[in-house]
Design a protein around this ligand. Structure first.
Ligand SMILES: [Zn+2]
Length: 287
């Protein structure tokens, strides 16, 4: 059962394949995720992130803008700059905000950096637009034509003023119906709407879900971790496989050790854990 973790008996070759499809970094004091880093005892620096990835045999990571104080995301240029400093370990995901100007700028930046950009991200629940807002049409057209997935924040928001009616995973059903060529990734498994996400990944060939940022500690942490593992295992039974589920940490919101422990707890075949830890991400993001 321990196959993917240090000290296990699986070959080094397979151990080296883990991909973290959801991580954040800014190295800025006004990063709104600094409080999670402090809570988790993390320095939240590029050096720490790369060192931790090496320790857990995570060979690639996708880097997403963290929110800054005031609510805006870290500029995408800074995400690209941090990735360039990572020696190939991190690849950028371009965050797209809901205005014609921001969409245009994001697409221009993606085009300019097309050899490294792996996906786009829409911050549902944090921005004043739903996934079907026409402002995103150009983004979806471009993402479809380039074969780049779009990640959507779904479910619970880290701030209490988030808009759950817009971040609910079922808001992606119509978009997935309309855009069969668009690869959609639901971040955080729509927590706590795991069953809705199970249905979406089962129903739509083009919809995936990541398991990032779910373990947050606190009272009943152990019971909560069991509950999470049960929910995700059940989603895998419902969807009749783990082809649509992708590993991510959401560093610094969740520690690497906690998200890896979540995968270890899943009551599924080792082959399915392998799909979750790297095979699916490699295929979906073309890594
Ligand atoms: Zn995140």
């Amino acid at each position: 059962m321990n196959n993917y973790f240090p000290g296990s008996d699986l070959s080094e070759e397979r151990l080296q394949e883990i991909i973290d499809a959801h991580t954040h970094l800014s190295e800025r004091r006004d990063d709104a995720l600094n409080r999670f880093a402090r809570k988790n005892g993390l320095r939240y620096t590029l050096d720490e992130l790369l060192g931790t990835m090496r320790r857990y045999k995570i060979v690639r990571g996708l880097l997403l803008s963290p929110p800054l104080q005031g609510g805006v995301p870290l500029p995408n240029e800074e995400v690209i700059r941090l990735c360039a400093k990572s020696g190939g370990m991190l690849a950028p995901v371009i965050t797209v905000e809901p205005s014609a100007k921001e969409v245009k700028a994001a697409l221009k930046l993606a085009e300019k950096n097309r050899s490294v950009v792996k996906a786009f991200k829409v911050r549902l629940g944090y921005v004043k637009a739903s996934a079907e807002n026409p402002v995103f049409d150009r983004l979806y057209d471009y993402a479809e034509s380039e074969g780049l997935p779009v990640l959507f924040h779904t479910g619970d928001t880290v701030f209490s003023n988030g808009d759950l009616a817009r971040s609910h995973p079922l808001t992606l059903d119509r978009l997935a119906n309309k855009r069969e060529e668009l690869t959609i990734v639901l971040c955080h498994f729509g927590n706590p709407w795991f069953e809705d996400v199970a249905e979406l990944i089962y129903k739509h060939p083009n919809v995936y879900a990541d398991i990032s940022g779910l373990t947050t500690g606190g009272a009943y942490a152990e019971k909560y971790a069991e509950w999470l593992a049960r929910k995700i295992s059940e989603a895998i039974y419902f969807a009749a496989g783990a082809e649509k589920i992708i590993f991510g940490t959401d560093y610094p919101v969740t520690k690497h050790s906690e998200t890896l422990a979540l995968v270890k707890r899943l009551e599924v075949d080792e082959g399915d854990k392998e799909k979750i830890l790297w095979r699916n991400a490699e295929r979906v993001f073309g890594l």
